[in-house]
Design a binder for this molecule. Structure first.
Ligand code: VG1
Ligand code: CO
Length: 560
């Protein structure tokens, strides 16, 4: 293969956010934009991490992935990579890429996705890089990549005709090869090792257990039928929006109560199914619903952790430790305490869990943003979470005869609250828009930093007394790396919290997130709508931050 050197110039703004580089498709379509970033990535890795090595390439099927895959393959070949394992048609979910990297002992992998951001010519594109244990690249690497994008002068690539990604099999170029693989096989095999598929099958065969899964026309469309229908026996019509489309059918592939509207309607409608779930663009997020009942992601991870040992074979010796991102509610903390397990609180973003898992200190973790997962891979995993919930419901019902009342999702959650208390939780998102441009949002954050710098224990905020206020810092207990300014938090003496962050996954403007939490030990008070229970704290968050004055926003775009 002949390597061609293409001269190039630095392009500004190629800094990675919470999870990969995300921009509007039009930005990525500029000459050399993607090529520069990919070359900068190779320039940032030690050569022994890719020369003659194996890299995995996957994606969520969004617009521009086909062109992008060809660019990535040619630059990988130009930099001396030995082999690329690519999902058929460039499709492979984020959790599957992590699984394939681990199983095939690859050096790393790419995911072509802007995750939960919408796709299509006028929307978003993105790229993530994961390292050899399957975990998102740490900031030490992404910072290097960014540095190299500012000084890049040439791209190394090989000029061969576009690779046909529609046919499974090996294409051999001598010292470089491309293997087009089934994106589901390795992942499915892993799921069969983690879960008791016959237990789940027994649940799905019950006439009183109806199930729906909304793939939101995103990547899990490719996984839902082979796993839920073909392997586990769910009926084919239980899969909604099951064909991955380049623009997600004009949808916003974010599984929450606002954007997964179709599913929410079904679950809250007359005669709704017993169990419903959805996943996002690249398949790492999940939303879980019972009949007329929403499980908050913060509760979901706590409940999975509390039930894992008995319901999921992978955890038969008990989880090694538990962890959550800082804004995620403290429900998981209570489970860790009761089970006497090591517990960790990390900044937002899955990359912070990987080291703890590699060190053997962490098994189950989650984020309030519909992310749940475990150390079976190094990414959050939407389908895993759905299978975990099915396992728990199946386990609770395994001795129930037909006709006996099914233990429901709502029963499992309310029982959990009765045992551990309920952490009421809500997140308000003020997503990118003209009125909420970066300037107002940044000023609001400055205003909050000013308040915390003057705050002290005992300060009174309405009915709440301050314990402390700070901007979250984290020191990784494994490698000692430090990150700061990860979210402004006000923690009150009764354990209630208000947290403010700016999103790091948007492609334009600024998105403000407010997280509100309050603990209620009293079971008689658990059956209250979270918005009502949290109203005083929400009002306090809005008045303290002066959000309306700074951003002009009256209402959030999404409430979780
Ligand atoms: C959001 C979530 C965060 C999640 C990240 C990536 O980040 O809050 O918890 O890890 O998205 O998820 P931010 O910076 O916008 O708040 V995904 O599904 O994009 O890979
Ligand atoms: Co995602």
């Amino acid at each position: 293969l002949k390597i061609k050197i293409v001269p190039t110039q630095p392009i500004e703004g190629q800094k990675t956010g919470t999870s990969g580089l995300r921009k509007k498709v039009k930005v990525f379509m500029q000459d050399n934009y993607l090529a520069n970033w990919i070359q900068a990535l190779f320039d940032s890795l030690p050569p022994e991490d890719y020369k003659g090595g194996v890299l995995v390439l996957g994606g969520d099927g969004r617009y521009f992935n086909k062109e992008a895959a060809q660019i990535i393959i040619k630059i990988a070949a130009g930099n001396g990579v030995g082999k690329i394992l690519v999902g058929k048609d460039g499709i492979m979910s984020t959790p599957a890429v992590s699984a394939v990297i681990r199983k095939r002992k690859a050096n790393g992998g790419f995911v072509m996705s802007a995750s939960h951001n919408p796709g299509g010519p006028d929307y978003d594109w993105g790229i993530k890089f994961n390292y050899s244990s399957g975990q998102p690249a740490p900031e030490s690497i992404t910072d290097k990549i960014y540095g190299n994008t500012l000084s890049i002068s040439e791209i190394k690539m090989v000029d061969f005709p576009d690779v046909d990604l529609s046919l499974l099999g090996l294409i051999d170029y001598g010292n470089f090869s491309v293997e087009v693989v089934d994106p589901v096989a390795d992942y499915l095999e892993l799921m069969e090792n983690v879960f008791d598929f016959s237990l789940i099958k027994s649940l799905l065969s019950r006439p009183d257990f109806r199930f729906v899964f909304d793939a939101m026309h995103a990547v899990t469309g490719a996984y839902a039928k082979p796993i839920f229908v073909d392997k586990l026996g769910a009926s084919p019509d239980s899969i909604l929006n099951g064909v991955p489309l380049e623009d997600f059918g004009h949808g916003h592939p974010d599984p929450n109560l606002t954007y997964a509207e179709d599913l929410v309607k079904i679950m809250y409608g007359d005669n709704g199914p017993a169990f419903g779930a959805a996943s996002d663009g690249d398949g790492d997020r999940n939303m879980v619903l019972g009949k007329g009942f929403f499980v908050t992601p913060s509760d979901s991870v706590a409940i999975i952790a509390a039930n894992a040992e008995e319901a999921i074979p992978y955890f038969k010796s008990g989880p090694k430790g538990l962890a959550r991102s800082m804004p995620t509610s403290g429900a998981l903390d209570r489970v860790a305490k009761k089970l006497n397990l090591p517990f960790f609180e990390v900044p937002t973003g899955w990359k912070f869990f990987g080291n703890l898992m590699d060190a053997g200190n962490l098994s189950i973790c989650g984020e309030e943003s519909f992310g749940t997962g475990s150390d079976h891979i190094r990414e959050k995993d939407g389908i895993w979470a759905v299978l975990a919930w099915m396992s728990i419901i199946a386990f609770r019902n395994k001795d129930k005869k037909a006709g006996e009342k099914l233990v429901s999702v709502a029963d499992v959650v309310t029982e959990h609250w009765a045992t551990y208390g309920r952490n009421f939780f809500s997140r308000y998102d003020y997503e990118e828009s003209l009125e909420c441009e970066s300037e107002g949002a940044n000023k609001m954050v400055e205003h909050l930093r000013d308040i915390i710098s003057k705050s002290k224990e005992g300060d009174v905020y309405g009915n709440y007394t301050l314990q402390f206020a700070d901007d979250f810092n984290y020191t990784d207990p494994v490698d000692g790396s430090v990150v700061s300014k990860q979210g402004i938090r006000f923690v009150f003496t009764d354990g209630s919290r208000i947290i403010f962050r700016l999103s790091g996954t948007g492609s334009a403007g600024a998105t403000v997130r407010i997280y509100i939490e309050q603990f209620e030990p009293e079971a008689s008070k658990h059956d209250v709508d979270a918005q009502i229970a949290l109203k005083p704290l929400i009002d306090l968050a809005l008045s303290t931050s002066k959000l309306k004055e700074f951003t002009g926003r009256e209402k959030p775009t999404v409430i979780t």
